[in-house]
Design a protein around this ligand. Structure first.
Ligand SMILES: [Zn+2]
Length: 344
């Protein structure tokens, strides 16, 4: 499995980044993959080579925007807690776990180094027991149910509060024509949600680990047509944060050998988790007319998810490094910036 760690590099690479962009433009224009052709820009060939490979090969790139410096494994040397990149005279201290097998590559932008490491995945634990995670756009965003014990853990009540708070701030700035800060607010909100997603996913994986269970998640594909989520006008936002939460759960589970199974989300909130017949959901209440079962609607849904047969193991290799020079940023990014490297 590939994980990417983001570390502040505290260096000014603006000159190198400018050269990198020029080289990428040449690559797009001429499709050359020979470093000799871009020698005049004066970027070290080990880096120039990566940029040429990426931009010359990908014919879908028509216009070059932000180009990062990419240093492959061969240009990196490693000692305890220190990464050395001789080509750009960089010594980087890192504090993320050193249990990885090797560094695949490091990408640099103005501010950060994205260190992508290869980790050996532990063997999956063998289990028939599963906990189910129900995702919601109202109330607690994640409700975890264990049908074996009947125990329910509700997580992420703060999410709605965060969304509401920043929405209000956004609307005020929009009204006052302060568009410049809109993006900053959005970034701040995203960071808050991301932190929350890290916490929620940690908790869910801990629950599974403690009970020796696997984790069943709702397949998010087609969530738009799902009755439960359709009415949420904040759909786009939630969909984004749900995907992030699932990917965090996924990689944290993988690191502990906990199996993840995706199930079809249809009717998870209408079915009765006790008898299987269709009941009635009213707000956060669920009632089954067939067997009289009465439960919190989210808890009922989480039990249904836990009991449902998995139909697919989506996203299985999404974060695997497939020889591309792109950092699998969205899927597995960790932001454990170390205190001595953080200036903000
Ligand atoms: Zn029932």
């Amino acid at each position: 499995m590939i994980l990417t760690f983001k570390v502040k590099h505290n260096r000014d690479f603006s000159s190198e980044l400018r050269k990198a962009k020029q080289i990428a433009e040449v690559a797009v224009r001429t499709r050359t993959q020979t470093t000799k052709d871009v020698k005049q820009y004066g970027l070290k060939s080990i880096i120039a080579n990566q940029i040429l490979r990426k931009y010359a090969r990908n014919r879908r790139i028509k216009e070059v925007k932000n180009v990062n410096l990419v240093v492959p494994n061969t240009g990196i040397s490693l000692t305890q807690n220190t990464i050395k990149v001789p080509s750009i005279k960089l010594v980087l201290k890192y504090h993320f776990p050193s249990t990885f097998e090797k560094i695949n590559q490091i990408e640099f932008d103005e501010e950060f180094a994205y260190v992508s490491v290869f980790l050996k995945e532990p063997k999956l634990i063998e289990t028939q027991k599963f906990i189910g995670v129900d995702l919601n756009t109202t109330g607690h965003i994640a409700v975890v149910g264990n049908p074996e014990t009947g125990k329910v853990v509700k997580l992420g009540k703060e999410a709605l509060h965060i969304h509401k708070k920043y929405k209000a701030v956004r609307m005020t700035s929009q009204r006052n024509g302060r568009f410049g800060i809109l993006k900053r607010i959005r970034n701040r909100e995203n960071r808050k949600i991301k932190d929350l997603n890290h916490k929620i996913s940690r908790k869910i994986v801990d629950v599974a680990k403690e009970k020796g269970c696997g984790i069943k998640l709702e397949k998010l594909k087609g969530i738009r047509n799902n009755r439960k989520h359709r009415r949420s006008f904040n759909f786009a936002l939630h969909s984004w944060s749900f995907r992030q939460l699932q990917s965090f759960i996924e990689y944290k589970a993988k690191l502990c050998g906990i199996p993840i199974v995706y199930v079809e989300p249809r009717h998870t909130s209408q079915d009765c988790s006790r008898c299987g017949n269709i009941g009635t959901r009213n707000g956060k209440e669920f009632v089954c007319q067939s067997c009289g079962h009465f439960d919190n609607a989210d808890s009922n849904a989480s039990f249904n998810i836990a009991k449902r047969e998995g139909i697919c193991q989506l996203n299985k290799d999404r974060d695997l490094f497939k020889g591309s020079t792109d950092t699998p940023r969205g899927a597995t990014l960790l932001t454990r910036e170390t205190p001595n490297l953080q200036t903000k």
